[in-house]
Unconditional design. Sequence first.
Length: 320
Amino acid sequence: MEDLAALAGVSSITVSRALRNSPLVTEKTREKIQQIAEAQGYRLNLSARNLRLRSSYSIAVVVEMTPAKDRPMSGSYPLELLGGITQELTSAGYSAVLTSKQLINTSPVQGADGIILLGQGSHGEALKEIQKCGLPLLVWGAPHKDFSCIVVGSDNYAGGASVAEYFLADGRKKFLFLGDINHAEIEQRYLGFEHIVAQSGWQVEKMQPTAFTFEAGYDCLLQQLQAPNFPFDGIFAASDLLAMGAIRALTEHGLDIPKQVSVVGYDDIPSAASFVPPLTSVHQYLHDGGVLLAKKILSLIQGENVESEMLPTLLVKRET
């Protein structure tokens, strides 16, 4: 940097500012210094700068879900969240370090300025483990009854309630919920759904699938269909893939969707609209959630007061 300053006839601090595109340096001087730096093959040592400033300018984004063939990372969750996070962090001069819960003890995570956790895990296991890092932390999901943390998520309770209202308005009376309520978000979806149903004098039965996949939804309904008379006319699945699997099992057994059984999913993934029949689903604004997560973690790092926030949901009515 001192060599560049001598070549440009300016001070070292002016070179530093010019290479960082600081507005404190005129455009003419900035361009001159950057041209000299390029000609000399100089590159700003970001690691040395970050060490000096005691900041890595990076945020670790930890995905709780375990990628699987039937539930890939390329799905709208978590890809839309990651898109919003990366967009906001990049504009603020930060990088996102993407990793999984199995790698939280590695240097990219431990050296980050903060952590965004996408999903708490069953019984909050991932959240409990991440909190041990001692870094500023923000979580995508729902408030957890056993752990104190700042959360950004969809209003899962209201989303579940909207499904119950939809079923009741359509004259449905016998309800089944498919989902693992050991996950805080799923529990809120169930509680909102069950509350509205109970107010109308009806009850909800629930089944816990082994995963959030098409196959798990299919298997759950196969168990129910073994009974002589299928008892349900309204099925609320905690994910679209579960709902699609349930519909496949129902149609294979000759049940008409939605005349005999109405099915509603959650997430409104892109394939929901093209599914046969097009799936009614609760839409989450995941990209907006990602942007909000990034904004809040940066505020938290800067020592500002940050509070949890829930985004609205929208019941997208189609043909199931």
